[in-house]
Design a protein. Structure first.
Length: 217
C-alpha cells in the first residue's frame, strides 16, 4: 500500500466504535471490534504470558493493542508494548480520537524501516526479543513495509553506528572502522567490556543480532 494514495475513512460499528476503512478494507469488525480484539489477544495469550515485551505490527484503531495490554498486565507487573504503523494519517486519526491512555503502549510511525533502527530506544527494545504479534488486516495492507522490517539486515560497519553512540560509549572501541564484530572482539580483548549489558556493547550487539533474529522469523 502506498500511504500517499490511500483513502481512509471512519465508520461506526454496531457497538458504536470507530472503525478505520483503508482503501475499502475495514481494519476491525464492523459488528463488534472489542470482541474481535479480545479474540486477537487470546490467540496470542501464550506469547504474551511468556514475554513482558511485545511488538505489534499494525495499529488499526488500537482495540487489539488495548486487549493485549490487559492480558500483559495480568501476567506481568511491568510490561511494554510497541506498535509499528507505517500509515501516518491513521496514527494521526487515532491520536486525534484520544490515542492510548495506557502509558505502557507506544506507537511508532515510520515510512522507512531504517528510521526505526536509527532509534537507540527501539534497538534496545528489540534486543529483549519481544513477542511479535501481527494484526493481519493491517499487515496485509502494508505487507511490503512489514516484510522489509522483518527481513531487515543491519549494517555491519562501525561507522554506520557512530551517530547512535555517545562520546563516552565510542571510547570503548579501539577500532573506529571495520566491522561491528571486529570492534566487539577488539573491545573484549582490550578488557574494555566488563559486562555484556554495558551500554555501548549492548547497543551494538542489539543492532546486529536483533535484525538477524527478525530475519529468521
Amino acid at each position: 500500500m502506498e500511504e500517499l494514495n490511500a483513502t481512509i475513512e471512519l465508520k461506526q460499528s454496531r457497538t458504536g466504535h470507530s472503525v478505520p476503512v483503508v482503501d475499502g478494507v475495514h481494519l476491525h469488525s464492523i459488528y463488534n471490534p472489542e470482541k474481535e480484539a479480545q479474540a486477537f489477544a487470546t490467540n496470542y495469550e501464550d506469547s504474551i504470558k511468556k514475554k513482558p515485551y511485545i511488538l505489534i505490527l499494525g495499529l488499526g484503531f488500537g482495540y487489539h493493542c488495548e486487549e493485549v495490554a490487559n492480558l500483559a498486565a495480568k501476567y506481568h507487573e511491568n510490561y511494554r508494548i510497541i506498535v509499528i504503523e507505517p500509515n501516518k494519517e491513521l496514527v494521526q486519526m487515532h491520536n486525534h480520537a484520544g490515542g492510548f491512555s495506557n502509558p505502557n503502549i507506544e506507537v511508532l510511525h515510520a515510512c522507512d524501516v531504517n528510521d526505526l533502527y536509527n532509534s537507540i530506544e527501539f534497538v534496545m527494545f528489540l534486543s529483549r526479543r519481544p513477542a511479535i504479534l501481527r494484526h493481519e488486516t493491517s499487515f496485509n495492507l502494508s505487507k511490503d513495509f512489514y516484510r522489509r522490517f522483518l527481513t531487515f539486515k543491519a549494517k555491519q560497519n562501525m561507522q554506520d553506528y557512530s551517530s547512535l553512540l555517545s562520546e563516552a560509549a565510542k571510547s570503548f572501541f579501539p577500532i573506529k572502522d571495520g566491522s561491528v564484530d571486529q570492534a566487539l572482539n577488539s573491545a573484549r580483548t582490550a578488557g574494555a567490556l566488563k559486562d555484556t549489558r554495558d551500554f555501548a556493547y549492548f547497543v551494538l550487539d542489539a543492532v546486529v543480532n536483533s535484525a538477524k533474529q527478525n530475519s529468521k522469523r
